[in-house]
Design a binder for this molecule. Structure first.
Ligand SMILES: [Mg+2]
Length: 185
């Protein structure tokens, strides 16, 4: 029997966690870093976590931008994070589908689209992650639902506008920096 992996990740939602959610952001002009997230990424990277983005991108299914435009922006953003903060994103997983999409091949349900856990499970396979030792940071309930379904050990909800009345998150933080104090050792 193979030994359980010790590799762990910090899963980051993108819009509303890394960049301010201005709505379907896909150009550098609309990219605005969330306060404190740079230090969070640096902290987790130093502690040995892989940094992995997991992002729903219904804008692709809706025809607001193409998959190629998304990928171009993703490459630019990851370059900026590396240049400005010296952090490396191990991979970006994205779910281009939406049930009401206008682009035929992306219309419909998908295991990848949060709250489904497909992107997290794919990352676990690709990087041999120990999900139980991994951490997820999201700003929507669908993020933490996906994390719970996948078996992520610590699912943190960033609630910029105050804690919600109900959540299944393991922890709620009102600024992203607080996650540094709640991560498991
Ligand atoms: Mg979000």
């Amino acid at each position: 029997m193979p030994a359980a992996s010790s590799e762990r990740a910090l899963f980051l939602d993108r819009d509303g966690v890394i960049n301010v959610d201005h709505g379907y952001v896909h150009t550098p002009e609309k990219f605005e870093l969330i306060d404190g997230i740079g230090e969070v990424m640096q902290h987790f990277a130093r502690a040995g976590y892989l940094l992995i983005i997991v992002t729903n991108q219904a804008g692709i299914a809706r025809g607001y931008y193409t998959e190629e435009e998304f990928l171009r922006f993703d490459a630019w953003m990851r370059g900026e994070l590396n240049r400005l903060l010296a952090v490396t994103i191990a991979r970006t997983y994205y779910a281009p589908h939406h049930p009401e999409g206008v682009v035929d091949r992306f219309r419909g349900e998908s295991d990848l689209r949060k709250p489904n856990p497909g992107m997290l499970l794919a990352a676990a396979r690709d990087f041999s992650l120990n999900l139980g030792r991994s951490v997820l940071l999201g700003d929507k309930e669908s993020d933490v639902v996906a994390g719970k379904k996948a078996g992520v050990g610590l699912n943190v909800l960033y609630a910029a506008c105050g804690a919600p009345a109900q959540t299944i998150a393991d922890r709620v933080v009102l600024s992203v920096s607080e996650i540094i104090d709640v991560r498991p050792t």
